[in-house]
Ligand binder design. Structure first.
Ligand code: DGI
Ligand code: FE
Ligand code: FE
Ligand code: FE
Length: 188
């Protein structure tokens, strides 16, 4: 499975705009991988598949989370937007036989983040946030930081996301807070 194989596998599951986003995440993640010396192949595969389950039927994702023993059941108490990472990681393993835990974790945690993320997880998490198609408030500053300090850029993106969710009165999944606290502690 190379990058083009992976992109061709995900393409039918995504709308055109989401597929274009995926390709920009791949490009952005590969640039980050070069700077921070992560493996290019793992980066390409994780980024290509990160949103595989973005449009998966909600009921099927719910069933995956309910039945797969290692997936936390409390995800079901939060917004369904948080299900596509964990469900996607499971599907990538089942459908394509990808067993590389670093790739699977980068897909699984790409939306929420978590404390103690590995390098590949951080790269996919950040690339998803800063890819050139994104226009979140504050994304410009995060993009500039991304080339200087991976942890600080992740901390900034988590800060912005938490602020955004709170401003909407939305709930925030605990892993997002754990990720934010982790980066904030190691940077202080
Ligand atoms: O799938 P993408 O749109 O490319 O991006 P994503 O997987 O990072 O999804 C981000 C969306 O998830 C964003 O609109 C905010 C929403 N969201 C809802 N609850 C939470 C959350 N994001 C985080 N990090 N934590 C939450 O608890
Ligand atoms: Fe996503
Ligand atoms: Fe994200
Ligand atoms: Fe994405």
């Amino acid at each position: 499975m190379d990058l083009n194989d992976a992109l061709e596998q995900v393409r039918p599951y995504l709308k055109q705009e989401r597929f274009d986003h995926t390709k920009r995440v791949v490009d952005t993640a590969v640039k980050l991988a070069q700077i921070y010396k992560a493996d290019q192949y793992q980066t390409e595969i994780a980024a290509a598949f990160h949103d595989l389950a973005k449009y998966w039927p909600k009921e099927e994702m719910k069933q995956i989370i309910q039945t797969v023993s290692y997936l936390p059941k409390d995800l079901l108490d939060y917004h369904h937007e948080l299900w596509h990472g964990p469900a996607g990681a499971y599907l990538v393993k089942q459908k394509y036989g990808i067993e590389d835990q670093e790739i699977l974790d980068a897909i699984r945690y790409h939306t929420t983040g978590r404390a103690h993320m590995g390098k590949l997880e951080k790269i996919v998490f950040l690339a998803d946030y800063i890819e050139p198609g994104r226009s979140f408030p504050g994304v410009h500053e995060v993009r500039e930081m991304a080339w200087k300090d991976l942890d600080e850029a992740c901390q900034m993106s988590l800060h912005n996301t938490i602020e955004f969710l709170m401003s909407k009165g939305a709930t925030i999944y605990p892993d997002t807070f754990y990720a934010y606290n982790h980066f904030t502690k190691i940077l202080s």
